[in-house]
Write a protein that binds this ligand. Structure first.
Ligand SMILES: Nc1nc2c(c(=O)[nH]1)N[C@H]1C(S)=C(S)[C@@H](COP(=O)(O)O)O[C@H]1N2
Ligand SMILES: [Mo]
Length: 431
């Protein structure tokens, strides 16, 4: 896979961090060098520049009218999700976002990753009802039609499966796989829906109520317990994703969206919330979503997806065509809040330089980072290390592993590393 163009060297670029990492400010300020640097095509000779342009057929005959619902170009079919099956199961399946084929921070809805424990149910919104009961003064049921009349808020936020990047947590040898395959269980959308506090205020939560047991209407019996504090804080009943009604994969006709919390708490196809005084010990709480720590304890109710970053370009299985100038780019996010900084190393971790963050930097959202790098053609390792606004920093893999039993894989957020071989091949590696 060759996604890179060879670019001419430029004398205005100043090496600042070793390993060929270059000064971002010079890169941006020098207009002339910017153009030269970015131009992937050859500069034309005077005669070539004067030659008559040719007019292809699509400039001579009318094009097609628009369809009712647009699709990507027929030339972009390589940009697709990869289907995965978990635990060798035909029913516990999902699809990964092709992070290494996208740009910007919004994941197109059709490419949002998806995990479902027993397939995607086909739910007619006209028949769907949402119930809140338990420790409340006034149990209530809503139809989708009534919910659509409530005031709606929207926010751009990421969603990550707690098992994202699990291969790097449990495999003793780094798997030779792509960024999509290893890290593609994370996406970012604009989610719009009803703040849960409106509905909770309507039913009137009894002072004994501390938790909500949230159940999906799929055949997976998916149940997670969410603390009421979170529901009163920033949780929503998501009805829209990127402007349109959420997709069946994402929980149509409605899902719980709890910003920054592990993916599985964002119950899809939500149909019932029971307010309780303590969390129920559902199968999901006890088995899938509890982590064994190195001191032989079981951590339950570990909600936050911690600060993390991944270089998406260059990344695993890609091929650098030749030494020369590249832009290193990637994504960073934190379930606690905003990204404060992302540092990049292009010399196997010896030196680190702050990358440029593309704004706006939003809380619990994807932040894209970039930094220019001149590859000298020798083998090296590229790494990124994110820090969030509360000073949380990504741990090394060894540090992360020391906290858990060897087979634990949830909440893996260690610093990721890509090996660049002298032949330009990029591979997953541990440092
Ligand atoms: N009802 C229900 N909700 C569910 C699941 C499920 O199988 N059933 N999967 C969970 C898991 S494990 C994750 S990571 C997220 C994934 O959300 P997405 O498919 O919209 O990306 O949904 C969660 N919500
Ligand atoms: Mo998940």
């Amino acid at each position: 896979m060759n996604l890179f163009n060879k670019r001419p060297p430029n004398k205005d670029l100043v090496e600042i961090g070793g390993g060929g990492i270059l000064d971002r400010r010079r890169f941006l300020l020098s207009g002339a060098s910017f153009v030269t640097v970015m131009a992937a095509s050859p500069i034309l000779s005077a005669t070539e520049a004067k030659a008559k342009p040719s007019y292809p057929n699509h400039m001579k005959i009318p094009g097609a009218p628009s369809s009712n619902y647009g699709l990507p170009s027929q030339y972009e079919t390589a940009v697709k999700r990869t289907n995965e099956s978990f635990y060798k199961s035909g029913i516990f399946t999902g699809a990964h976002t092709p992070l290494d084929r996208l740009n910007g921070t919004i994941t197109p809805s059709g490419l949002h990753f998806s995990i479902h424990h027993n397939g995607i149910p086909d739910i007619n919104p006209a028949a769907h009802e949402f119930l809140i009961h338990g420790f409340v003064n006034k149990p209530m049921k809503w139809s989708i039609e009534t919910l659509l009349n409530y005031p709606i808020v929207s926010r751009i936020q990421f969603l990550e499966c707690s098992g994202n990047s699990a291969a790097n947590a449990v495999s003793s040898d780094p798997v030779d796989a792509s960024c999509t395959s290893i890290h593609g269980q994370v996406s970012c959308s604009e989610w719009a829906g009803i703040p849960l506090k409106y509905l909770l205020d309507e039913v009137g939560v009894n002072p004994k109520g501390k938790w909500a047991m949230c159940e999906g209407a799929d055949a997976g019996n998916h149940v997670r317990n969410v603390p009421l504090e979170k529901l009163y804080d920033d949780a929503i009943i998501a009805l829209y994703q990127n402007g349109e009604r959420i997709r069946p994969d994402q929980g149509y006709p409605m899902r719980l969206f709890v910003p920054g919390y592990e993916g599985n708490m964002n119950v899809k196809w939500l149909h019932r919330m029971e307010i309780t005084d303590q969390p129920s010990q559902s199968k999901d709480e006890q088995s899938l979503y509890a982590e064994f720590t190195s001191d032989k304890k079981l951590n339950q109710f570990t909600f936050f997806m911690e600060v993390k970053s991944i270089i998406t370009k260059p990344s695993g299985t890609q091929q650098l065509p030749d030494k020369g100038l590249y832009e290193i780019a990637g994504l960073a996010w934190s379930g606690r809040g905003r990204i404060e900084k992302v540092e990049v190393s292009a010399d196997s971790g010896k030196t680190w330089v702050a990358a440029h963050l593309e704004g706006p930097v939003m809380s619990k959202s994807f932040t894209r980072f970039t930094i220019p790098w001149r590859w000298n053609g020798q083998g090296t390792i590229l790494m990124s290390r994110a820090t969030d606004e509360f000073g949380n920093v990504q741990p090394s893999r060894d540090e992360w592993k020391s906290r858990y039993e060897d087979f634990t894989f949830n909440h893996y957020n260690a610093i990721n590393a890509w090996l660049v071989n002298p032949d330009g091949g990029v591979k997953n590696v541990y440092v």
